[in-house]
Design a protein around this ligand. Structure first.
Ligand SMILES: Nc1ncnc2c1ncn2[C@@H]1O[C@H](COP(=O)(O)OP(=O)(O)OP(=O)(O)O)[C@@H](O)[C@H]1O
Length: 261
């Protein structure tokens, strides 16, 4: 059964068509990588999955029901930067979600409940390789460590859907490789359904299970906002050849040039 169903989905901001006629069916546990020119609506699509934005037309369904209109614990998101709390230590950053969930008014757990929560936090920190830094402050961490913390912060809530908006965009290429390994390991451990936006087409070609290319098939040079992007390629990872890579690269680059013109 389809876990997430996108049916003839449109998103417009005033006269600007951002996404047009998107249709997609995603199974639970899939790892979809989203690529496309800047401004093609990838982040907007993630925001709709998160419940921060609503479509203007069409359907977005989670297990056959309309998507919850507000963010909830079923969905976690990690941005390129700055999604951790600077005034909390690494351990407190990860603990906070559990505290707010169980004690929304007080924001604090005590006794056995706190001990149990801390055990989960420590296991999560171990899983992302941050145990030795548990008592550090975010500013004492490298960029890669901060992103591992942001991922831990999301995953501790056991989201059914994890949304990643260019999570490794600000990291050095060497560190990105380590982050890919970590992400694949966490995805296998948790079985969560992942949507990850990346600007790096190569990353999209090998990470996860499915590549979704967001692109415009129509362009009006006199009115660049008249047409939105749609999913032009939906490919299983590992079955694409060099020619296809070059075709997609050329098409996405042309859209980027048109957007900039
Ligand atoms: N809240 C908003 N109000 C009006 N326009 C918006 C809003 N959010 C996004 N847009 C517009 O929608 C279009 C798509 O933006 P979006 O951030 O989704 O693209 P993107 O593909 O994620 O781009 P990038 O790769 O640069 O992050 C842009 O033209 C943007 O200006």
């Amino acid at each position: 059964m389809s876990f997430i169903t996108v049916n003839k989905l449109w998103k417009e901001y005033g006269d600007q068509v951002v996404l047009e006629n998107l249709s997609l069916s995603v199974k639970q546990g899939e790892f979809c990588t989203l690529v496309g020119a800047s401004g093609c609506g990838k982040s907007t699509f993630l925001k709709m999955l998160l419940g921060q934005e609503t479509q203007t037309r069409g359907e977005l369904l989670l297990e056959g029901e309309a998507f919850p209109g507000e963010p909830d614990r079923n969905r976690g998101i990690v941005f390129q930067r700055y999604s951790v709390f600077p005034h909390l230590t690494v351990r407190q950053n990860v603990l906070m979600g559990l505290e707010l969930e169980q004690k929304p008014w007080l924001g604090k757990l005590f006794g056995g409940a706190r001990k149990e929560a801390l055990e989960k936090v420590d296991a999560m920190l171990e899983s992302v390789g941050l145990s030795p830094s548990a008592h550090k402050w975010p500013h004492e961490l490298s960029g890669g460590m901060q992103q591992r913390l942001a991922i831990a912060q999301s995953l501790i809530m056991r989201p059914r859907v994890l949304l990643l908006d260019e999570p490794f965009g600000a990291l050095d290429p060497g560190i990105r490789g380590d982050m890919h390994d970590l992400l694949l390991k966490l995805w296998q451990e948790t079985g969560t359904t992942i949507f990850m936006v990346t600007h790096d087409l190569k990353e999209g070609f090998y990470l996860g299970t499915r590549l979704l290319v967001f692109d415009k098939v129509r362009n009006d040079p006199h009115d660049p906002q008249a047409f939105g992007a749609t999913i032009t390629y939906d490919l299983p990872i590992g079955q694409t050849d060099r020619k296809l890579f070059e075709d997609i690269h050329e098409s996405v680059s042309e859209t980027a040039r048109n957007q900039a013109a």
